[in-house]
Ligand binder design. Structure first.
Ligand code: ADP
Length: 178
C-alpha cells in the first residue's frame, strides 16, 4: 500500500529489512553498541558481513533517540542508518525518543542525499514498544517532516508479519486522511 504526500511516496510492505535491494538506505533498529543481536540488528549484520561490525565499532556507543550512518558493506544498499530506539518503560520520554529516531534518520538521509529509505518498526521487538503507539509516532513525525524533505522521495515501512503490516496500513490511512 502506497500514499503520496506532496512528492513523497510512503509505503508499507511485509518482508525482511535486510533484503531490500530497491532502497538506498535501510534503517537498523540498533542496540547502543551497534553490534549484532536478535531481530533487525541480527538480520542486518548477518547480511552486511563483518565489515559492518568493524565500521560500527568506531561509531558506538549511541544514545536513545540518536541515529548514525554507515556504509552497507555486503547489503544491496548504499547506507545503513542505525537508530537506537527507547526501551519501553525505561528510556523516557519514550514517545519523544522514538520520534527523534525517525527525525534523526530522515535528517541524515537528507544530508547524504538519499532518495529512498526503508524503516523497520523501531523499538517494537525486544524493546517492547506497543506497535500501535509506535506506528502512530512514526507516521505523525513523518507527516510533520514531509514538507521540509528535499532529497527523500520514498519512505518504506518493512514489517515482519501480516498483522503488523495491517496495523501500519490502518494507522497510515488515518494519519494521512486517505
Ligand atoms: P528493537 O530492539 O528496537 O525493539 P527488534 O529488532 O527487536 O528492535 O524489533 C523491531 C521490529 O522489527 C519488531 O516488530 C520485529 O518483529 C521486527 N523485525 C525483526 N526482524 C526483522 C526483519 N528482518 N525485517 C523487518 N522487521 C523485523
Amino acid at each position: 500500500m502506497k500514499i503520496s504526500v506532496g512528492n513523497i511516496s510512503i509505503e508499507c510492505m511485509q518482508g525482511d529489512i535486510a533484503s531490500r535491494d530497491e532502497v538506498e538506505a535501510v534503517v537498523n533498529a540498533a542496540n547502543a553498541q551497534l553490534t549484532t543481536g536478535g531481530g533487525v540488528a541480527g538480520a542486518i549484520h548477518r547480511a552486511a558481513g563483518p565489515g559492518l561490525a568493524k565500521e560500527c565499532r568506531t561509531k558506538a556507543p549511541i544514545a536513545p533517540g540518536e541515529a548514525v550512518i554507515s556504509g552497507a558493506h555486503d547489503l544491496p544498499n548504499d547506507y545503513v542508518i542505525h537508530c537506537l530506539g527507547p526501551v519501553y518503560g525505561r528510556d523516557e520520554p519514550s514517545d519523544q525518543l522514538l520520534a527523534s529516531c525517525y527525525r534523526n534518520a530522515l535528517r541524515l538521509a537528507e544530508k547524504h542525499k538519499i532518495s529512498s529509505i526503508a524503516f523497520p518498526a523501531i523499538s517494537t521487538g525486544a524493546f517492547g514498544y506497543p506497535m500501535r503507539e509506535a506506528a502512530t509516532i512514526a507516521f505523525n513525525n513523518i507527516k510533520e517532516m514531509a514538507p521540509e524533505l528535499e532529497q527523500v522521495k520514498t519512505i518504506r515501512f518493512v514489517l515482519f508479519d501480516e498483522d503488523d503490516l495491517a496495523l501500519h496500513q490502518q494507522i497510515m490511512k488515518k494519519i494521512f486522511n486517505t
